[in-house]
Design a protein around this ligand. Structure first.
Ligand code: TMP
Ligand code: MG
Length: 197
């Protein structure tokens, strides 16, 4: 027997690239459009792959929102009548997003965020560990490993077709041209000097 949640909570949708995180986020907010709830959606401006401001999935789904540079900008859009806040690509925001999500949930709002749990090295990405541990509900999706077709939990970065080096910058916006979903066994990170890990 489950108890209902008090109003105000955080949901995290996470996993590697090509797992359907943005699709799941859009599905949840689309479902909520049948209620009278007021929904607002945000993403970091840096993610301009498929649309300047809409939350967008690799499969072409979109939900109109605001593209912002700094996560603090979210607060300037939120009025008392906003019930649901959806944030995509949340891994790109600074750690300040954690307290912002906490404050919004504490104010009785449903906060739904989607983001990569791991970077191309297989290391926790930005604020994600904090968000995952503070969330009431966590959904960890898997993709399909491009090598063995088993469940993929990692994201492989490929530069000119070769695994990226551990010292490469964390942020590189891209899609199929630079990234593939991989399982633990087939995820490769080069250590400087070209050695595989
Ligand atoms: P997606 O989760 O919606 O597929 O998009 C993830 C974005 O994050 C995409 O623009 C590529 C980027 N990214 C990085 O900047 N660094 C990384 O280490 C990884 C794995 C992805
Ligand atoms: Mg996405």
């Amino acid at each position: 027997m489950y108890q209902q949640y008090q109003s105000g909570w955080i949901e995290v949708i996470t996993g590697p690239m090509f797992a359907g995180k943005s699709e799941e986020l859009i599905r949840r907010v689309n479902t909520l459009t049948y209620t009278k709830k007021k929904i607002m959606a945000f993403k970091p401006k840096i993610d301009d792959r498929y649309d300047k401001s809409a939350i967008s999935s690799h499969s072409g789904m979109k939900y109109q929102g605001y593209a912002i540079n700094d996560c603090k900008e979210i607060l300037s859009y939120i009025t008392d009548d906003v019930d649901v806040i959806a944030i995509d690509e949340v891994q790109f925001f600074s750690d300040e997003i954690v307290q912002i999500c906490e404050d919004l949930a504490n104010a009785g709002k449903r906060v739904i965020v989607a983001g990569l749990d791991l970077d191309f090295r297989g290391e926790p990405f930005g604020p994600m560990p904090q968000l995952i541990t503070r969330a009431e509900i966590v959904t960890k999706l898997t993709a399909i490993c491009t090598v063995c077709s088993m469940a993929a939990t990692r994201t492989q970065r490929l530069i000119d077709g070769k695994p990226a080096d551990i010292d490469d910058p964390t942020i590189l916006v891209g899609a199929k041209e630079s990234y593939e979903a991989r399982c633990r066994k087939h995820h490769v990170v080069l250590h400087s000097g070209g050695k595989k890990r």
